[in-house]
Design a protein around this ligand. Structure first.
Ligand code: ATP
Ligand code: MG
Length: 878
């Protein structure tokens, strides 16, 4: 059975058990501060488990793109070294939201594995939660009893809290689980060692494939467990591991999921996979990481310097480094691999193929940048080599950490290079530096969140902000969040006009007003589907009736900017082409920012055309056509394009300004008529990343002010030039005149310099056969000082020349010696200038025959000639 069939059979099986099959959510999480990436199949459904929102179906199944590289679930260090943990993997899952429970879940998993996939029963083990006294939890007797009807009792193993109590994160839904493990060893191996003893023991051929979690609890911030309002089933099966089991392989990498990638990398590197453990690991790392990199970029996350973007950058660098060190890839190579992956995944996750050239460009650019950094880091190591040798042949912890932190060299790479140079690394010292940095960032970002205080149970929020600016509200729940610098409250209301930051649009601000008090709402944010009103303090009377009102004037500006963003998007596609994809946006009350895929600078003429199109739409006063709860298929038929990496429900909101022109899926707030935008003006165009451009623009009064400021500037220039027409001509003429004058001045100065040279040549002191000239002179720049010195050398033999001058308000000294004095008398201009520079509180240097110095104290200049005479005398006599 190939992997595509295996995946399809899973979905078909659960469809036959009345499960709704849904598409994978994007791998990058938005609107959830507790999670950067989807790390398990259940994460997109978190709200249903927590009861924040009703599930649309009681039964769901899917294959979900997951990434385990940060937070509670982090497998990164295993990847490549073992054969069954990946960064990005597919988790096949089936869910019951308050519907079926343990019996169905376990029976179906057994049926699927043994009857559909025909895995031999004597290779399977299952585990059951043994209970935990410290949590006051009993053994999962129900699960045990159910398994007993299907599988020999000695194949049911008891598992502890670590293995058999599943938790998504430090807080949140959790519960006992029952795992299914498979033993893929040969028959001989199985006779020698009982498989039972290898379960949950990191054996590469005895691995967990499926976990059935019975969600019963919610873990609170204080560590306690409370029962969830309903019981749910959450299962997750590693697709790649399942393929290994069904295809009878000993490694996930030997299945058809990875082989195309593995073979491609091996060929590029000119090695054979399976012959050398070192290169094999590198090939596995790369074949694994490209999946994480390509899919996250396709889901809209660009590599960057912070948060999710930084995680991706680090994974990419890890892959490049393994290629660089073990496979001798000195040029970008990962981007090529993205094409292999895109072809392979086209039918399951088409988003990669659809954006392949963009994704490849981003990857290649990152690879290039990192390869340059690697090279610089290697140079730095070379430069410090002598120092390490002196330091007992050790690279000190500080340097190793600097290489890690600024050059992206992980410790093992530094150690490897060190070994080649017969050095060692102070790993303990590195650890200390690392720990210090961790503490620094922990302290900076540490925040403490209290549990929710529920004021009204089971009430969800109604958002009325599309239609109203004010509403009657009651507080449903609240919590306190403390960081080092501040304390604030998150307040959830039963009804609210406040728009929570999302889709690039900033959150509303405003007030909650009761009869007795007024609470300022500083910002509004989303946590999954909860709307959090952020306030510095809580009302005295939590249960009061509130009037919640947004800052309408501010919202008004935001609306204009948001609608203008839609018009801009449409105009960009018209002028630049249909390849333009939204890659990010920011809409606030001052400015709108739109990032989009495009491979060249947007030319001035194109900018003008784009502005013109948008302003035409503004002048046409096109009414807003807003439709809520449109089935997604119908929305797409209307011409709305879904954004990659955006999670849409089955019903969406459609915003159109003239269906021919602009139709978008959007949850933001908009003008009722494009005329309200008033005026649209682009203020900048720039590059944000490889293949991504950014336009910033303003609207309405701010656009008017912007243009007025430009005109004011022009007006001021006119005044200065004293001209009303042809300003640029007048400026050009000024510049031409200026150039001509410069030229004249230069000629004049050169003439003067030549006169100065003649004068100096008359002022020679003869001292023991040496011709000394030491004078303070007036020259207009450093070049002239140098020219004067070199000219003097042509006309005076046995010359020691010392010139002191003030240039641009700063004192300078030049010393020039004839070559024979350097060669025969061992004189040195650098040494002399350094000595003389003391007079002007400065320093300098240069070559033995010519050196210069600058200083801070011009008042010392006049003493320099006299000092020079003494100095020369002492050298000659000396
Ligand atoms: P393990 O102990 O092997 O790390 P887990 O307990 O972390 O697994 P779960 O969180 O229960 O796994 O996830 C459900 C299933 O997802 C596992 O049974 C396994 O098949 C698969 N899985 C988990 N982590 C990975 C990974 N890093 N790569 C591939 N598959 C994984
Ligand atoms: Mg794990």
């Amino acid at each position: 059975m190939n992997s595509a069939e295996i995946r399809q059979k899973f979905l078909d099986f659960f469809a036959s058990k009345q499960h709704q099959i849904v598409p994978s959510a994007p791998i990058v999480v938005k609107d959830d501060p507790t999670l950067m990436f989807i790390n398990s199949g259940m994460a997109p459904f978190k709200d249903y488990f927590l009861g924040n929102k009703p599930a649309p179906y009681k039964r769901i199944a899917d294959t979900q793109k997951c990434l385990r590289v940060s937070g509670k679930h982090n497998d990164l260090e295993e990847v490549g070294y073992d054969t069954y943990h990946h960064t990005m993997f597919e988790m096949l899952g089936n869910w019951s939201f308050g519907d079926y429970f343990k019996k169905e879940a376990l029976e179906w998993s057994w049926e699927l594995l043994t009857e559909v996939y025909k895995l031999p029963k004597d290779r399977l083990y299952v585990s059951v939660f043994q209970g935990d006294a410290s949590e006051n939890l009993e053994m999962d007797q129900d699960a045990f009893n159910i398994w007993k009807t299907m599988i020999a009792e000695d194949r049911i193993l008891m598992g502890n809290k670590k293995d058999n109590f599943w938790e998504m994160g430090d807080t949140g839904p959790c519960g006992p689980c029952s795992e299914i493990h498979v033993d893929l060893r040969t028959d001989e191996e199985r006779v020698q060692v009982d498989g039972k003893s290898l379960v949950n023991n990191d054996h590469p051929q005895v691995v967990e494939i499926w976990n059935n979690v019975f969600m019963e609890f919610n873990r609170l911030a204080d560590g306690s467990l409370v029962k969830l309002p309903a019981q749910h089933v959450d299962t997750g099966m590693g697709f790649e591991r399942l393929c290994m089991a069904i295809q009878g392989k000993r490694s996930n990498y030997d299945t058809d999921v990875f082989q195309p990638l593995i073979q491609f990398v091996a060929k590029e590197a000119g090695v054979v996979y399976g012959e050398n453990e070192k290169t094999d690991i590198a090939i596995r790392v790369i074949s694994d990481h490209i999946r994480a990199i390509a899919f996250t970029i396709a889901d809209g996350q660009l590599p960057s310097n912070n948060k999710a973007g930084y995680v991706i950058r680090r994974i990419l660098r890890r892959a490049v480094r393994y290629g660089f060190t073990f496979l001798d890839f000195k040029k970008p190579f990962l981007y090529k691999l993205a094409a292999v992956l895109a072809d392979q995944m086209e039918t399951v996750f088409p988003e990669l193929k659809q954006q392949l050239s963009f994704v490849q460009r981003v990857i290649e650019e990152e690879e290039n940048a990192f390869l340059r950094t690697l090279e610089n880091g290697l140079k730095r190591l070379d430069a410090l080599e002598a120092k390490f040798k002196e330091n007992n042949n050790t690279i000190d912890g500080k340097t190793a950490f600097e290489l890690y932190d600024t050059f992206g060299f992980p410790l093992d790479l530094t150690a490897l290079i060190a070994r080649e140079k017969s050095l060692t690394v102070d790993e303990a010292g590195f650890g200390v530096e690392m720990e210090q940095q961790k503490n620094r960032s922990r302290n900076a970002s540490a925040s403490e969140q209290s549990d929710w205080v529920i004021v009204q149970p089971d009430v969800t929020t109604e958002f009325v902000g599309y239609d109203c600016n004010v509403s009657d509200s009651h507080i449903v729940r609240y919590r306190q969040v403390k960081t080092k610098t501040k304390s604030e409250y998150h307040i959830v209301l039963d009804r609210t006009p406040f728009y929570a930051e999302s889709g690039g649009q900033v959150g509303d601000t405003g007030y909650l007003v009761s009869d007795s008090e007024q609470i300022e709402v500083l910002d509004t944010k989303k946590e999954n589907d909860l709307i959090l009103h952020i306030a510095a303090k809580l009302p005295q009377n939590i249960e009061a009736a509130f009037r919640s009102e947004i800052d309408f004037e501010r919202r008004n500006y935001i609306r204009k900017n948001h609608s203008a963003t839609h018009l801009l998007h449409a105009a960009l596609r018209k002028v630049l082409g249909e390849h333009v994809q939204q890659k990010g946006s920011l809409v606030n009350e001052k400015v709108l920012r739109f990032d989009f895929s495009h491979f060249a600078k947007v030319e001035d003429a194109q900018i003008r055309e784009i502005e013109h199109i948008v302003n035409e739409r503004v002048r046409q006063s096109i009414p807003l056509e807003e439709q809520r709860n449109v089935p997604i298929a119908q929305a797409k038929e209307m011409g709305a394009t879904a954004l990659f990496g955006e999670k849409y429900g089955e019903y969406v909101r459609v915003i159109a300004f003239d269906r021919e022109h602009s139709v978008e899926l959007c949850g933001g707030t908009h003008v009722y008529n494009t005329g309200e935008i008033g005026y649209f003006k682009i203020v900048s165009e720039s590059s944000v990343a490889a293949g991504v451009r950014r336009i910033e623009a303003v609207t309405a009064k701010i656009a008017e002010d912007f243009v007025q400021a430009q005109l004011d500037e022009l007006h001021a220039v006119r005044e200065v030039l004293n001209t009303q027409s042809n300003v640029s001509g007048a400026v050009q003429k000024l510049q031409d005149d200026n150039k001509a004058l410069q030229k004249q001045l230069e000629q004049f100065e050169l003439k003067q310099l030549s006169g100065l040279k003649d004068t100096l040549a008359q002022k020679v002191h003869q001292l023991n056969g040496v011709n000394l000239v030491a004078e303070q002179v007036e020259v207009s720049n450093a070049d002239h000082l140098k020219k004067l010195a070199f000219d003097m050398r042509q006309v005076v033999d046995n010359l020691i020349l010392v010139l002191a001058a003030e240039i641009d308000g700063k004192p300078q000294i030049a010393v020039m010696l004839s070559d024979n004095l350097v060669a025969e008398k061992n004189m040195n201009a650098s040494q002399m200038v350094r000595e003389l520079a003391k007079e002007i509180k400065g320093g300098g240097g240069g070559q033995p025959f010519y050196a210069t110095a600058g200083g801070k104290d011009s008042s010392g200049l006049q003493a320099v000639p006299g000092k020079a005479v003494e100095l020369v005398k002492s050298i000659i006599n000396g």
